[in-house]
Design a protein around this ligand. Structure first.
Ligand SMILES: [Zn+2]
Ligand SMILES: [Zn+2]
Length: 383
């Protein structure tokens, strides 16, 4: 069977059987079976994570990483390979990432004698949440043999299949989670002067927090502050005692990421105290920003130019404010995260964003990404 057809079948099998973070048991089994079939030794890490090791002739080791988990979304696509599990869907393309890494493993396993070093294939669980990269690192995925450099890719709607895009420096944001409780003093809706209206204060806090982005941050150093959930109050004629607000705070530079919780608390403290309210704040650093090493990013670009031909490998100047726990790898070793074009190049099929119930890929992206991954490995190990 032709490799492309074999990979499309693998992708569709995974797509039909999506599994959420740390529940990727069937996906892990399929990965292990495929790797072993091609003589690649495997190991389980972080519950459902799999690492494959292809030993070549040399000391250096390059790692390729794919994430494995699906999302709690009901798929709306009417295709024969649509999800068979109600309420779960590979809407972020992690089925494609697993498939591309298996494709690279299959191709490289046939060329192992020519490789002047080792390749680690890292299949990581739970990227969407709570994060599988960190536990895999803690369980030694970057050791024995020690990994020198790491590369990973992500499906990118809007970029045509057969193209890839890579940039240097910060390429993905740190997605933090803010939970804020505004505490007032409840009472009768007709007598506001005897209360501290938590809803009225929450309005002010929500508006003031946008000043963190527009007036307190460097405009050339992007920050996103989204209050995505707000709840409080019980009846039209009752002044609310408490309001709960939850938000997503995203930043690109490690310096800004570090100082944001302090600035946000300063605003929350000032506004609440101005109106006689108090607050409880929890600020959770989900993942750090993903920072591409300039040399590794250039290596990916050159390999992609070779593998895909002229005009298909693009240098990106624009980071995404999305988050990725690939960042934990690039905190430890030099690495690069690139974008895999998945949109229909003829534009006949619409392109839906990641996490959409209509998300799907043009499967021509798979052989293209495999050829890029293989070229990266060969360029790095045999340079
Ligand atoms: Zn996602
Ligand atoms: Zn994703």
């Amino acid at each position: 069977m032709q490799l492309k057809q074999q990979l499309i079948e693998i992708r569709r099998r995974i797509h039909q059987h999506p599994e959420l973070g740390f529940e990727e048991f069937e996906t892990a089994k399929l990965i292990e079976e495929t790797l072993r079939k091609y003589g690649i030794e495997t190991k389980r890490l972080a519950k459902t994570g799999v690492v494959g090791l292809l030993r070549g002739n040399g000391e250096r080791t390059i790692a390729l990483r794919a994430d494995m988990d699906a999302l709690p979304i009901q798929e709306l696509n009417q295709v024969e390979y649509a999800s068979k599990i109600p309420g779960k869907m590979h809407a972020c393309g992690h089925d494609v990432h697993v498939t591309c890494l298996l494709g690279a493993a299959i191709v490289l396993s046939n060329r192992r004698n020519a490789l002047r070093g080792n390749v680690k294939f890292i299949f990581q669980p739970a990227e969407e949440a709570p994060g599988g990269a960190k536990p895999m690192i803690e369980e030694g995925v970057l050791e024995d043999p020690k990994v020198d450099v790491i590369v990973g890719g992500h499906c990118w709607p809007g970029l045509p299949a057969g193209c890839i895009e890579v940039g240097e420096g910060p390429v993905m944001a740190a997605p933090d989670v803010l939970t804020l409780k505004i505490i007032g003093k409840g009472g009768h809706g007709a007598m506001p002067h005897t209360t501290v209206d938590a809803i009225a204060v929450a309005f002010q806090v929500g508006v003031a927090l946008q000043q963190v982005v527009s007036r307190m941050s460097d405009p050339l150093d992007p920050v996103v502050l989204t209050i995505g959930s707000i709840s409080g109050g019980t009846a039209p004629n009752v002044i609310a005692q408490e309001v709960l607000m939850k938000g997503s705070i995203r930043s690109l530079s490690p310096e800004t990421h570090e100082k944001l919780p302090r600035i946000i608390e300063q605003v929350v403290k000032g506004v609440t105290s101005a109106y006689g309210a108090t607050y409880e704040m929890d600020y959770y650093n989900l993942y750090p920003p993903t920072i591409n090493d300039p040399k590794v990013a250039q290596m990916v670009l050159k390999a992609a130019e070779k593998a895909l031909g002229p005009g298909k490998a693009l240098w990106s100047r624009y980071p995404s404010m999305g988050g990725e726990d690939f960042s934990y790898f690039t905190q430890k070793i030099p690495g690069a995260f690139f974008r895999i074009g998945v949109s229909d190049p003829s534009k006949q099929r619409p392109s839906y964003p990641l996490h959409s119930p209509n998300f799907d890929v043009c499967e021509d992206a798979i052989p293209a990404a495999v050829s890029v991954l293989v070229q990266i490995v060969e360029d790095y190990l045999n340079q």
